[in-house]
Design a protein around this ligand. Sequence first.
Ligand SMILES: [Ca+2]
Ligand SMILES: [Ca+2]
Ligand SMILES: [Ca+2]
Ligand SMILES: [Ca+2]
Length: 205
Amino acid sequence: MKTLGLLAVGMAGLVSAGCAGHKSAAATPAASGAPQAAAIHAPTSDTEQVQAYDLHRSGKPDVWVYSVTTQDASGKSVERRVRKEADLNGDGKVDIVYWFDADGQVTRETMDLDFDGKVDDTLFFEKGKKIRSEKDLDGDGRVDTWSYYDGSEKLVRKERDVKGTGKVDYWEYWEAGAIDRIGEDLDGDGQVDRWTKGAEAATAK
Ligand SMILES: [Ca+2]
Ligand SMILES: [Ca+2]
Ligand SMILES: [Ca+2]
Ligand SMILES: [Ca+2]
C-alpha cells in the first residue's frame, strides 16, 4: 500500500511537471486546494483604524479606509493606509476591496461581483501592474479561471477548470492580443490531449 501511495505522489509530480514544462507556467497556485471563497469584508483588526466616507452623499457610508499607525524613517508616527473598501451598488455592503503595500501601491483587489458577500474575483499586482487574476465564474465558491499577465498587463495565458474537478483542464495561450493556441485535457489526467490553433478556434465560432 505504501508503494502505491508513493507511486501516486510521483505521478502527481510528473503531471504538474508536464504542465509546467510547456512554456514556464510560473508558480501556479494549483487548482487543487483552491480555498473556499473568502468573505469580501474583513472586520477591523486590533491594529487598524477605520474611517468611513459617504462619497455618494446618500446618508450612509460607501467607502471605508483602514489604516495602521507605523513609524517613518525618522521615527515619527505616521498613518499608513492598508486597505480600502467600497460599496458600489448602494446596499451598504462592501463589493470591492483594494489592498496596499507600505509604498501605498495596490497589491491586490478583491471583488464580489454577484453581491453574495463572498469574493469571486481577485486581481494581483506587482509594482502597480496586474500580473494575475483568479475568478470564480460559476459562483460555486471555488476559483475556476486563472489569468496570467506579462509585466505590462498583457494577457499571456488563461487556465480554466471547465469540468469543475478542481484541476485545470483548459489552457489558452495568448500572443499579441489574440489566442495563439488552446489546449484541452479530455480524459482528466491533467495533460493536454487536444491542441487547437487560435485561428481555427476563431473560425469555428
Ligand atoms: Ca454593495
Ligand atoms: Ca460573490
Ligand atoms: Ca467556481
Ligand atoms: Ca489528458
